[in-house]
Design a protein around this ligand. Sequence first.
Ligand SMILES: NC(=O)c1ccc[n+]([C@@H]2O[C@H](COP(=O)([O-])OP(=O)(O)OC[C@H]3O[C@@H](n4cnc5c(N)ncnc54)[C@H](OP(=O)(O)O)[C@@H]3O)[C@@H](O)[C@H]2O)c1
Length: 326
Amino acid sequence: MRSFVIRERDDTLQTGVEERETFPKDDDDIFINVEYSGINFKDALVASVDGRVRRVDELIGGVDAAGTIVSSNDPALGVGTRVAVHGADLGVARDGGFAEFVYAPSRLISVLPASVSTRDAMVIGTAGFTAMASLLALEDHGLEPACEVLVTGATGGVGSLAVSFLQAYGYRPVASTGSPQESEWLFERGATRIIGRDEIADRPERVLASERWAGAIDCVGGATLQQILRSLRYGAGVAASGLVASPELHTSVYPFITRAVALLGIDAVEASRATRERVWERVGDVAPRVDFAALTDRDIALEDLDDALETIRRGATRGRILVHPV
Ligand SMILES: NC(=O)c1ccc[n+]([C@@H]2O[C@H](COP(=O)([O-])OP(=O)(O)OC[C@H]3O[C@@H](n4cnc5c(N)ncnc54)[C@H](OP(=O)(O)O)[C@@H]3O)[C@@H](O)[C@H]2O)c1
C-alpha cells in the first residue's frame, strides 16, 4: 500500500512515499481503511531527527486517521463502522495514518457521531479533540457561557478549533495570535476580539496582572502560559495542552494561593475510553454549528507531506491540513 515512511539511519532522516505493508501489533488489532488523515504539530516532531518524540527508527507517520473498519474481532466495532483513531503510540512508535490502511487497538478507536463525516473528523483530529477536551475541563471547573475565554496559538489546529467550539457554545473567545494578517479569518471563526501574543497580561512590574480571563485554552506554553496565570480572574482556570513556544514554565505560587486559579493539564494521547466517548459526543453535538470546510487550510496528497510538515514547523498554517492517502 502507499505510505509516507519516516526512516532514520546514522542520524540521517529520510522521508517519502513508498509501497510498504503494515502489520498488526496484537492479534485483536482492528484494520481500518484510511479515508483522511490530518497533520498535527506532533507529526512534524516525529519527522525530525531532533524531535525526541519518535520512539522507533522506521515507521509510517501520522498520529491521526479516520475511515472505515475493514476487519475487527470487537463486536462494538463492526466492519463498515466509521471511526477516528488517535493517541498512544500511533504514528510515534507504530505505523500511523499517513497510509491507505492502519491497524489500531480498540482503545484508541472512537465511533464517529452521525453528524461528523470522516473528512470533518480529520479537520477536528487530535487538535480538535484537544480543544474540546480543554473546553470540557474548563466547564468542569465552573466556566459558564457568555464569558471571555482566551485562546492562544489561535490560527493553529488546537487554537482555531477552540475558537470555533467556544463560539458555538455561546462563549466569547479572545484570540491571541502572532498572525495579525489572519484577523478577519479569526473573526469569521467566532473570535470576538483579537490580541497580539504580547498583550495577554499587563503590569509587568508586578507579580500579578489585572484579572482578565474567565478561562483560557493554551497550547503555546512557556512565557505565554506564565502570563495567562498572572492574568486569570479569581477562581478561573487555564487548560494547558502544548509547548509550541517552550516546554519551560516559570511562575510563582501567587496566582494559585491568592487568586485560587487552576492549571488544568490536557492530554489527548492517553485519554481514557470514557474521555474519548465524552469528547466525541460533544463534538457530534456541536458539529452542525461549525464550518469545518473553512477550518481547512488545504488538502494534500502523501507526496506533499514533506512541504506541509515544514509549514507546521514554521508555525505558518491556518487551521488544519488534510491528507488524502489514496
Ligand atoms: N496535550 C496533548 O495531548 C496535545 C494534543 C494536540 C496538540 N498538542 C500540542 O499543542 C500544540 C499546538 O498543536 P497544533 O497542532 O495546534 O499546532 P499548530 O497547528 O502548528 O498551531 C500552533 C500555533 O501556535 C502559534 N505559534 C507557533 N509558534 C509559536 C511561538 N514560537 N510562540 C507563540 N506562538 C506560536 C501559531 O499560531 P498564531 O500565529 O495564531 O499565534 C501556530 O499556528 C503543540 O505543542 C502540540 O504538541 C498537545
